[in-house]
Design a protein around this ligand. Structure first.
Ligand code: ATP
Ligand code: CA
Ligand code: CA
Length: 429
């Protein structure tokens, strides 16, 4: 199968970073998990727990292969988010992420320079974020938590953890853990990253034909006359939820976020997988490698990091729906057949892990949508600063300045897009 991304194992340029991230997560999360649950307090939102890892180890941390420091932010809040809001089984979470020290690295699909890593079973994504995004998430955590509590079916990115690794030479890498919107066991036949803006929002159609897994943009959506086919029932539910989510983002002055739409055609099924004998898990990156050094400088950037990892002998078969079984499955080169439990609890991910299209009589059609609002950690102020940074060093100036129109217009457009979903031509007429 085509697993998009580089498997990171020993010897890889980012192996140490991965090792440190996973070791930190494993120790910090299990430590919180071992304690008795208690109601959240105000201090929990700003809390940070420090761990210091070294080869010898101490009473708090076991010995590790490398020296590094690890910070676990708001551990009680994220525990609450995982267990109470997002219905994750605590043991599953740790198993999926850390049972094996293998992640698959997607390099940097966006312009921001963030890196994406998938857990071995593709349920979770680790995204490295800028310090400013990190600070922003901390500053809105209480609001985010309250929103998720009030809106169990929210389409906003599900954040499961916020951490920092500090390397001995002082480099700090912040990262979040979130849900992969696209399930491992289904082909995504088309995907769109929609911002509700048309400026610079075209993925060249000829390249799209060459690369059917590319993530397309607003203008492709419009030109192809796409719409979300949803009957009155689902339409009303989705519209209302998007409205509420967008309202929060507006209040927090978040901009530059997207509605990510993955489309699975049930008639076409997973033939692409079978034919190519492949497991496709993620719409492949339209790898854009920005010019020379960027804000993170680390993880190490390799040119065109996205590669294809061939996994022979993929067989489809049902397996138990838990992390252990799924991991075993991946190991054997099999496809994890069904979704691990959490998706079924949520309105917009309970049909085949997504939202099934329906007709005007609310009868099911042969399409499943995978939907979510992503990239929600950039408030207006940060974008401005990034823009300046880029202006100084980027040959992409024109494209970038265009995509960063001032907040009123851009965020309005996104809000338009979202409210527009009520008519279900996610269009901009
Ligand atoms: P930029 O700021 O340039 O838009 P970024 O580095 O912040 O980029 P995102 O916008 O968060 O990156 O994501 C880039 C792409 O990665 C998305 O278009 C989407 O294809 C994929 N992606 C991001 N988050 C998820 C997710 N939770 N599930 C599935 N795919 C995702
Ligand atoms: Ca984005
Ligand atoms: Ca971003």
């Amino acid at each position: 199968p085509v697993l998009v991304g580089n498997l990171i194992s020993e010897g890889h340029v980012n192996y140490v970073l991965m090792y440190n991230m996973l070791t930190g997560i494993r120790i910090a999360v299990s430590r919180t998990q071992a304690k008795m649950k208690r109601p959240l307090t105000d201090e929990d939102y700003s809390a940070r727990h420090k761990y210091s890892f070294d080869i010898i180890g101490n009473e708090l941390t076991p010995s590790a292969r490398y020296d590094f420091k690890f910070k676990d932010y708001a551990p009680w809040v994220f525990r609450e988010l995982r267990e109470e809001c997002f219905q994750l089984d605590p043991a599953d979470y740790l198993l999926s992420l850390t049972a094996q020290y293998i992640l698959s690295e997607l390099g940097s699909p966006g312009k921001s320079g963030s890196f994406f890593y998938f857990s071995r079973d593709y349920r979770f994504i680790i995204k490295t974020i800028r310090h400013a995004e990190h600070k922003f998430l901390r500053s809105i955590l209480k609001r985010y938590y309250a929103h998720v509590r009030e809106n169990p079916h929210t389409l906003l990115s599900r954040f499961y953890g916020l951490h920092r690794v500090k390397l001995p030479h002082g480099r700090k890498i912040h990262f979040v853990i979130m849900n992969n919107l696209f399930p491992a066991h289904k082909d995504i036949h088309e995907s769109y990253d929609l911002k509700g803006s048309t400026v610079g929002r075209l993925y060249p159609e000829e390249r799209a034909r060459e690369n059917p897994r590319a993530v397309l943009k607003d203008l492709n959506w419009i030109d192809r006359h796409k719409e979300l086919e949803l009957g009155p029932e689902k339409r009303a539910l989705l519209t209302e939820q998007l409205r509420r989510d967008a309202e929060l983002l507006k209040e927090l002055q978040v901009m530059d976020y997207s509605l990510l739409v993955g489309i699975h055609n049930m008639q076409r099924g997973n033939r692409d997988n079978v034919r190519r004998n492949t497991l496709r898990v993620f719409s492949p990156p339209d790898v854009h490698v920005p010019p020379t050094p960027h804000a993170h400088g680390y993880p190490h950037r390799r040119r065109a990091t996205a590669t294809t990892v061939e996994q022979p002998h993929v067989v489809r078969r049902a397996v138990h729906r838990n992390a252990r079984a799924n991991l075993k499955c991946v190991e054997e080169g099999l496809l994890p057949e069904e979704d691990t439990g959490d998706r079924q609890h949520f309105l917009f991910s309970k049909d085949e892990g997504g939202l099934r299209a329906t007709d005007e009589q609310n009868e099911p059609l042969h399409t499943v949508y995978y939907l979510g609002v992503i990239d929600i950690l950039t408030p207006y102020g940060i974008v401005k600063r990034i823009e300046h940074l880029w202006k100084g060093m980027s040959a992409d100036r024109v494209r970038l300045t265009h995509s960063l129109s001032p907040p009123p217009s851009l965020s309005c457009r996104v809000h338009e897009l979202i409210s527009f979903s009520s008519s279900f031509t996610l269009g901009y007429i």
